[in-house]
Each structure stands twice: as structure tokens, then as C-alpha cells.
Design a protein. Structure first.
Length: 435
């Protein structure tokens, strides 16, 4: 194995853990092209530890990457991957084996969680900014110097600035909340909520920006949707070109409000949610949260709620679908391929990062689910599509797995990024199931 060491310390450190034939830096750019995508490479033994529906199998497309998050699957088979440790990576299968054997690592914003392409630019977040870089499809590195696209974004709290770009060139940017529930003292016992919550003016929502100019600030954007605590998963529905996002629900109902909730209730509540966001929508954070057991958006205890009454929450927009509490939905992808059975073309895959706060219940949600969707509504119950991810180390010398990002490949396969071990899975339909 031969690695080309980067001149930057961050890339050099990352190079030591990349198990590929070589690493490309901006100073060492080969002209080799990706091999045509192999539609049905050999499946990994035991599907790399995953449990999948009949007719599907999994391979390990890449492993031991530095904290991969969200991804773009390119027509030539490359994957462009954001990294919380080295910026942005391009993964390429040169040999046609169905697995990446080349990684190009760019020292862009180090703490990158998102990537998107539009009109010859690659966009990447940088905590308090969104940057963009000239990029030619098929390249392993940027083709020129970067520029600031949006500056002066707020840091702290939920700091990852995830985004998605629509067909009309609108960039929809998530600015997550600074606090758990806009309390006067954040996450403190029985601390009341600030009312009105001024945090909603500049955070906890979606802002829309045109991509026709650089050097914008939040003031240049349109406050598109509000009352969304933190929308890490974002996607455009190809059926109608509208925006869908997932919300990370609030924490600490029992810990801050033991008069109204017990540990078991707090473990299951509030729900994680899938939202259909149109201009002007308000989903009610921090005043409200959704209770799956009651099938009701209820008033938060910080604002006088007791876990049972709706109060002012009847005026806020509801969800498309809901999921168990604290599962942490991080990735969202409508299925746009044609190789999976037809029913998967009418819905969305969601990657759940998994919980840290479901005690006394077991921690859970380390999976990928499929949610059927039609005309802006759930058209059936969600189903667990891929499970077997486990954040605990199953044996000495091994690492755990937490799904975080999704991408649909040009051959219709589904890529799943795991930012704990650095693995990227590729899930393929083998056709063995005739349903």
C-alpha cells in the first residue's frame, strides 16, 4: 500500500488510517477514471453484519474512513463524502471490483457534515459558514480556490449546517437550535421556557438561498420554515420537487420535569419526525413536541404543558410520519433508482444514528428504515430496512457502527455511511426475491 502524504497536518494524520492503494492530495492528481459501476459485485460474508430484507445483500464499499457523514453518488460511480475530520473525500473504484480503492482527501472545512453539487461548484459546510469550490465532474480534487458562499452563521448548540439544493438552484439550509427547549437556563431542572422564544428568529429552522452569488449572510436568505429543532436529514422529493426534513426531537422530559414524566415515558418521547416543509410552515418548536403514544402534538412543560394537553400546539403544522424517541434521524434519501422492487420508489430511506438517552430502556435506533410516502403523507407504516449496526465493540480490536448518511448510486444501489467506524456499506438488490 502506497500513500501520498498531504502537506497539511490534518490530511497527513488521516492518511495513516485509510486502507486504500493510495491517497490523492490537491498536489497529486492522477488522470485515471472510475471503472464503470459494477452492478452486482460479490456480497460480503454475512452481509457485513447487516440484516436486510430477502433479496438484498451488502458489501463494504470502504472502511476505516475518517468520520464520513453525508454523500453524493456520481454518475461515474464516484462517491463524494463529507468528513468531520478531513473535510471532503472522493472515493473511486478503479478496478471495477465494486469497492473503493482510491481516496482523494481535500483539506476543506475540517468539520464538514454536508456536500452538494450545483452548476460547477461543490458546496460544503464549515460550522459557521458554507463554502463552495469549483469542481468538474469526474475530478478527484477541486479545480480552483474556494470561496465563502454564506458567512456569519451561528455556532454552538446544534452546529452542523446541513443543506440540500433544489432543481431551481435554491439551497435550503438547516440552522439547528442552540438549546434543547429554549429554557431560561438550558437543560436545567424545571427551568421555564423563554416566551416568545427569540431563538426561533435566527435558528431552529430552514433558510433558503439562491446559488447565483457568493459572499451572502443569513440576512440574504429567506426564513423558509421555522420551529424545527434540528433538521440533520434533508432531501428533495423528486415526485414534486418539495423539501422534506427530519427533526431531532428534544431531550430530558423526565430529567427536567419529573413531576410530569417518568423515565420510561421520557425514553420513548418525544418522537422523531419527518416533515414536509413548504414556505412559511411552522412546526412549533420549542413550544410543542409530538407524542407517538397519544398521536398528538402536545404542549411542552417549559410552556405550561403536563404531557397530555395540546394547548397552542393545535395551530402548528404536523408531521408526515413519526418514529421512536431519541433515534436521531441523520440521513434522508428518496429512492430514485430502478433496481430495487417497485414499492421502494414511492418513499424515503432514513438513516438513524441511534440513541444515547433511552435509559432505562435499551439504547436503540441504529438502523435504516424505509417510510412509504405519497402526496406529502405517509402511505404506510415505516419498516426497518437495514439493522445490525451496533455502536458497542462486539469483540476486542473491533469498532462499532452508527449509520448517518445515505446516497442512491447510479446503478440503484443504496450507500450507507457509518461515521463511528468509518465504513460505507453498499446495499444491492440481487433479484433473488420475486416479490
Amino acid at each position: 500500500m502506497r500513500l501520498v502524504r498531504s502537506t497539511r497536518a490534518a490530511i497527513g494524520a488521516a492518511a495513516l488510517v485509510l486502507p486504500f492503494s493510495w491517497l490523492v492530495t490537491p498536489h497529486s492528481v492522477p488522470t485515471v477514471r472510475a471503472h464503470p459501476v459494477s452492478s452486482k459485485p460479490a456480497c460480503s460474508p454475512d452481509n457485513a453484519g447487516l440484516t436486510l430484507p430477502k433479496g438484498f445483500c451488502a458489501i463494504i464499499f470502504a472502511d476505516s474512513l475518517p468520520a464520513p457523514r453525508h454523500m453524493i453518488a456520481m454518475p461515474n460511480g464516484d462517491l463524494i463524502v463529507s468528513s468531520m475530520r478531513v473535510g471532503v473525500m472522493v472515493l473511486r473504484d478503479r478496478s471495477g471490483s465494486g469497492k473503493a480503492d482510491t481516496v482523494s482527501s481535500w483539506a476543506l472545512p475540517i468539520h464538514s457534515s454536508e456536500v452538494a453539487l450545483r452548476d460547477g461548484f461543490l458546496y460544503s459546510d464549515a460550522t459557521t459558514a458554507v463554502m463552495r469550490y469549483p469542481y468538474k465532474e469526474g475530478s478527484l480534487t477541486p479545480t480552483g480556490a474556494g470561496e465563502t458562499f454564506i458567512a456569519n452563521l451561528p455556532g454552538g448548540g446544534h452546529s452542523a449546517k446541513t443543506f440540500v439544493i433544489g432543481a431551481d438552484g435554491t439551497l435550503y439550509l438547516n440552522i439547528g437550535s442552540r438549546t434543547n427547549s429554549c429554557q431560561e437556563q438550558d437543560r436545567q431542572n424545571e427551568a421555564k421556557g423563554i416566551d416568545p422564544c427569540v431563538e426561533r428568529d435566527g435558528r431552529a429552522g430552514i433558510w433558503a438561498f439562491k446559488t447565483d452569488k457568493a459572499n451572502q449572510t443569513p440576512a440574504d436568505g429567506i426564513h423558509f420554515g421555522m420551529g424545527i429543532r434540528n433538521a440533520v436529514g434533508m432531501a428533495i422529493n423528486p415526485a414534486d420537487q418539495t423539501l422534506y426534513v427530519t427533526q431531532h426531537g428534544r431531550d430530558q422530559l423526565y430529567q427536567n420535569w419529573p413531576k410530569h414524566f417518568d423515565e420510561a415515558k421520557s425514553a420513548e418521547t418525544p418522537a422523531e419526525e419527518l416533515f414536509h416543509v413548504t414556505k412559511g410552515d411552522d412546526f412549533g418548536w420549542p413550544y410543542c413536541y409530538f407524542d407517538r403514544q397519544l398521536s398528538l402534538k402536545v404542549l411542552a412543560p417549559e410552556y405550561g404543558g403536563n404531557g397530555k394537553t395540546a394547548g397552542r400546539c393545535t395551530k402548528y403544522k404536523g408531521n408526515v410520519a413519526s418514529f421512536p424517541g431519541h433515534w436521531a434521524p441523520n440521513g434522508l434519501a428518496f429512492y430514485t433508482g430502478s433496481s430495487f422492487p417497485a414499492r421502494y420508489r414511492n418513499g424515503v430511506f432514513i438513516a438513524f444514528h441511534g440513541s444515547w438517552n433511552r435509559a432505562p430502556l435499551p439504547q436503540g435506533g441504529f438502523n435504516v428504515v424505509f417510510q412509504p410516502v405519497a402526496k406529502g403523507k405517509a402511505s404506510g407504516a415505516f419498516e426497518v430496512f437495514a439493522s445490525g449496526f451496533n455502536p458497542q465493540t462486539p469483540a476486542p480490536g473491533t469498532v462499532g457502527h452508527r449509520p448517518t448518511g445515505l446516497a442512491v448510486g447510479p446503478d440503484g444501489s443504496l450507500y450507507v455511511a457509518d461515521d463511528l467506524s468509518g465504513r460505507i456499506y453498499r446495499i444491492i438488490y440481487t433479484g433473488d426475491d420475486a416479490r
